[in-house]
Ligand binder design. Structure first.
Ligand SMILES: NC(=O)c1ccc[n+]([C@@H]2O[C@H](COP(=O)([O-])OP(=O)(O)OC[C@H]3O[C@@H](n4cnc5c(N)ncnc54)[C@H](O)[C@@H]3O)[C@@H](O)[C@H]2O)c1
Length: 437
């Protein structure tokens, strides 16, 4: 049977390489749509966990894993030779930065080199990992051609960026349009056909390079706009006004304005990293992406600013940072998720620790933390515990926090998210000048 028919009648087998925050929901969505899905990850712990019916991604319920594994629709494995049975492969491996802030595409190369060993004619390969424009054409296409396959004729290759919004109740894979671009029009057509069986709308673009750039534009847009409101927040503190009031009022404009919120910095595997992929590739063309670099710099300085605010707050109580007992509330990079990658909370904790603070944290989604050099346990939020801290810093505004109770109980609060808006207490808010409190 031809690939096209296997997609149309969902008898095709799909492999997903990389079962993290992106790959696992993707694999489960395809399996729920009726495909048989092979989930491949090099992390044996993840495979063991999934085989035992346990999900480690909050947006994927355990029940889905249990029923799909039991029915044989979803087969987690670390064995790449299973790719030989797949009709299509989606690659969802990490794309971090090196210490030098250059792209690290070694995970893509390693996954592709292994896939190529088991690739066969009439197979569709889609890269979903976020990466610089040109990756699919420059790194993957030659590897497929090295096994004497003509891309677009014998084998099909596309890039389709993942737009998953972890923790979102409103948007999921199905109701978020999926962008796709192939090496040839036939690649795009087959890729679009595959995704149209799981998402409501597929948006085809003219090339893999365009599809790669779409994702980087989206995340650079976020980074630049967050940097703009962070700059506004710092300016408002000096001017003695309340940036949150300005933002709320500006947001009433029904056109031409989109609300972004200031905060302690940016985190997660996307916004801090992806724009740097674009900045790096642009330099190859002798082009300097000044907005991107400036945004990265502005956002990267926010944890330092928060530490200054904490120092000023403690100062009003005649206390230095050194020796003060400080509680950081929320270490996940954003509300209601358990992902701490690149979280600005960690940077704030490290900076405070280096100044001699006695640092503790609470996060309902992160029971243990190993990221700041010592192993810490989430401190329960009790009246006794809260009263024992010289300062409580709200870094991530999880919805389960009882802000009225925290404001009533804590001695001193630094709020980086405006979570205590309208609540009385000894609270210093980011972006709010003294005259506006
Ligand atoms: N997390 C997000 O919100 C998000 C959103 C959109 C796009 N993305 C992009 O998606 C990609 C994956 O991100 P993620 O958050 O899912 O990362 P992740 O670290 O959660 O998951 C990646 C998985 O790939 C596995 N892996 C590494 N090398 C492998 C290999 N050679 N073969 C098979 N598995 C391998 C890892 O063990 C891990 O489980 C990145 O490019 C990221 O930028 C992430």
């Amino acid at each position: 049977m031809k690939l096209e028919d296997k997609i149309k009648n969902k008898t095709g087998v799909l492999a997903v390489a990389g079962l993290g925050y992106v790959g696992l929901p993707t694999a489960i969505t395809f399996a729920k749509a009726g495909y048989r899905v092979i989930g491949i990850d090099i992390d044996e712990n993840k495979i063991k966990s999934l085989s035992a019916g346990h999900s480690y991604v909050l947006d994927v319920p355990h029940e889905d894993i249990i029923s799909l594994v039991n029915s044989g629709r979803f087969c987690p494995t670390s064995d790449y030779s299973t790719v030989a049975h797949a009709d299509a492969v989606a690659i969802c491996v990490p794309t971090p930065l090196r210490k030098s802030k250059d792209p690290d595409v070694s995970y893509i190369i390693s996954a592709v080199d292994t896939i190529v060993r088991f690739a066969h004619k009439d197979m569709l390969i889609v890269l979903e990992s976020t990466t610089y424009p040109g990756t699919t054409e420059e790194l993957i296409k030659p590897r497929l051609e090295s096994i004497s396959y003509q891309v677009g004729k014998d084998i099909y290759l596309c890039f389709s960026p993942e737009r998953i919004d972890p923790g979102s109740k409103e948007y999921n894979l199905q109701n978020t349009p999926k962008v796709i671009g192939g090496i040839t029009p036939e690649c795009t057509r087959l890729g679009a056909l595959l995704y149209s069986t799981i998402v409501q709308k597929v948006v085809s673009v003219s090339s893999t390079k365009s599809a790669e750039l779409v994702k980087l534009l989206e995340n650079s847009f976020r980074s630049v706009n967050i940097a703009l409101v962070n700059e506004m927040a710092l300016m408002c503190e000096r001017m003695g006004v309340d940036v949150w009031e300005i933002l709320d009022a500006a947001s009433t404009k029904p056109y031409g304005f989109m609300k972004f919120s200031p905060g302690p910095g940016i985190g997660g595997h996307c916004i801090p990293l992806d724009p740097m992929y674009l900045a790096w590739k642009a330099k190859v063309y002798d082009f300097y992406t000044r907005f991107i670099e400036l945004a990265s710099d502005t956002n990267g300085n926010m944890p330092y600013h928060v530490v200054r605010l904490i120092g000023d707050a403690l100062n009003t109580h005649y206390k230095p940072i050194k020796g003060s007992k400080i509680l950081c509330m929320g270490v996940a990079y954003k509300r209601d998720v358990n992902d701490t990658r690149e979280s600005p909370s960690l940077e704030i904790m490290r900076l405070l620790q280096s100044k001699g603070a006695d640092i503790h944290y609470n996060d309902p989604y992160v029971p243990l933390l190993n990221d700041i050099g010592v192993e810490l346990k989430s401190v329960p939020i009790t009246p006794e515990n809260l009263r024992g801290f010289d300062c409580v810093v709200l870094c991530t505004d999880h919805t389960s926090y009882d802000y009225e109770f925290i404001a009533r109980t804590a001695v001193l609060i630094v709020d980086t998210r405006n979570a205590f808006k309208g609540i009385k207490g000894n609270i210093i808010r980011l972006g709010v000048g003294k005259d506006a409190t």
